[in-house]
Design a protein. Structure first.
Ligand SMILES: [Fe+2]
Ligand SMILES: [Fe+2]
Length: 478
């Protein structure tokens, strides 16, 4: 019996069927502008990833952890299922979980997604999928192969490989402020874990919402975006010796470790959205003899059969995203004001800016001229940066450094290690700024800062990957 088995993970595919928008629809382009992911090319992006999976003859299993479609419309679900069948027809086993984007709010919970079809300049209502329909729609992709299904949430448990059990959780709840499990779901999960442990199986968990946040401030600012019941799950995983859970939802690539006060630990391996500018999925290899789980990142460079205007996968999607639009539109403020308003208007309040041309141009000009050296000197007393390190910054401007940091968010692995002058300059700036704010109004930043932390503790993981050191790869002892 082979001891190594691999499978692929994709998440947050946010698929929008070609039938759900008119070709060239301007309204759909407007909807996409400033989002975190590509929507217009979602079909071609999914197929590009599937082509990679189909080319790998050694790997026969695929897991997709929710937000399968973008806004719960039936046409997209129907066509997404056809896409899945291209994998199953080729002999792959495909398992999915569903999440909040996969159904429409019907006024009976907090879910606010509505099904629509994009016409050239507007939208028209489309047939919505209700939450209760999802288990039936995706019956063939998990529940049918499982040994046990939780009736409350539709979560399921199945033998993924010999000696390896996948427990895939469907977020139950109200579609917004509690996306997780309730008591009954937790009891089912606990009994599945107990059965697997008794059988000596390796357990892999998967769920859409994050169990560990990509940054602590994420849970502080948006606790409702976490898996509903996440602290209960921490305790359960530690107590029962479950070492890994695969998640999505944040559209951010991150690998974090949780350790309880008895030294029992697990990892949350979060994968970025397949349509984010990071452009990747995961390949996971479980070795039942070595008792390890190796996580690798598989990137694709091109969107097949889609015109990106000559741009790479990443540059094309970055140009659509909030951060990319801001970066690309800022220089236009001085050179082409009408185009600046048009481009920036997708993500910044153009109506408020349009009467303040001079002010905006001056602010952009100052921002563009700001040097890292200036920031380093400003925060010198708080960072301990040396004269030589300040010198090493040369003429480097602050804005490209900040955009470089922002550009790394979807794909993880923040760019500046603690030994770089950029790291030190930013650390000093943040700490000095925090001190100044507190001088004027003590506690003014408390609402943004988790207890026991300072503003640099909040900012540091955006600058430097202090999670596990590598958001792309890890080998976990099971
Ligand atoms: Fe998503
Ligand atoms: Fe989500």
């Amino acid at each position: 019996m082979a001891s190594k088995h691999s499978f692929y993970i994709l998440t947050d595919t946010h698929y929008v069927s070609h039938r759900a928008f008119e070709p060239g629809s301007r309204s759909f382009r407007r909807r996409e502008a400033g989002d975190q992911i590509a929507l217009v090319a979602s079909v071609e992006i999914l197929r590009s990833f599937f082509d990679e999976i189909l080319a790998d003859k050694e790997t026969d299993a695929v897991l997709i952890t929710g937000d399968l479609v973008n806004s719960g419309d039936r046409l997209s679900h129907e066509d997404f299922i056809k896409e899945l069948k291209t994998l199953t027809d080729a002999g792959k086993r495909v398992f999915v979980t569903t999440a909040t984007h996969d159904y429409c709010g019907m006024g009976d919970d907090e879910n606010f997604f509505t099904a629509c079809r994009y016409t050239m300049d507007g939208t028209e209502p489309a047939d919505p999928v209700r939450k209760a329909e999802l288990p039936g729609l995706y019956q063939a992709f998990g529940p049918q192969q499982s040994s046990s299904v939780d009736t409350e949430s539709g979560s399921y448990s199945l033998p993924l490989f010999e000696g390896v059990r996948l427990i895939a959780l469907n977020d139950n709840g109200n579609g917004r402020s509690h996306c997780g499990l309730f008591d009954e779901g937790f009891r089912w999960l606990e009994s599945e874990i107990d059965k697997a442990n008794a059988a000596g199986e390796t357990i892999l968990l998967a769920v859409h919402h994050p169990v560990l946040p990509p940054w602590d401030v994420f849970a502080k600012a948006a606790d409702f975006e976490m898996f509903g019941g996440y602290k209960r799950l921490w305790a359960l995983m530690c107590e029962k010796g479950v070492k890994v859970i695969f998640t999505g939802h944040t559209h951010i690539q991150s690998i974090r470790k949780y350790e309880d006060d008895q030294g029992r630990a697990f990892y949350d391996v979060a994968t970025t959205a397949s349509g984010s500018a990071a452009g990747n999925m995961r390949k996971v290899t479980v070795d039942t003899a070595e008792k390890t789980c190796k996580v690798e990142t598989v990137r694709i460079d091109t969107i097949r059969n889609y015109d990106t205007g000559g741009k790479s996968f990443r540059d094309y999607i970055y140009g659509l995203n909030f951060i990319g639009l801001v970066e690309n539109s800022l220089p236009l403020a001085k050179t082409d004001w009408p185009r600046f308003l048009e481009t920036a208007g997708c993500v910044l309040p153009a109506d408020k800016m349009k009467d303040h041309k001079k002010l905006v141009q001056t602010a952009v000009g100052k921002l563009e001229k700001l040097k890292m050296r200036t920031l380093a000197k400003f925060g010198k007393s708080m960072s301990g940066i040396t004269k030589e390190e300040i010198e090493a910054l040369g003429e480097e401007r602050a804005l490209p450094v900040l955009f470089n940091i922002a550009r790394h968010i979807p794909g993880g692995n923040a760019p500046y290690t603690p030994d770089t002058p950029e790291y030190k300059a930013l650390k000093g700036t943040v700490l000095r700024a925090e001190k100044l704010v507190n001088t004027f109004k003590k506690g003014a930043l408390d609402q943004f800062i988790p207890e026991g932390q300072n503003l640099w503790d909040v900012a540091e993981p955006f600058v430097y990957n202090n999670r596990t050191g590598d958001d792309d790869n890890i080998t976990i002892e099971l």
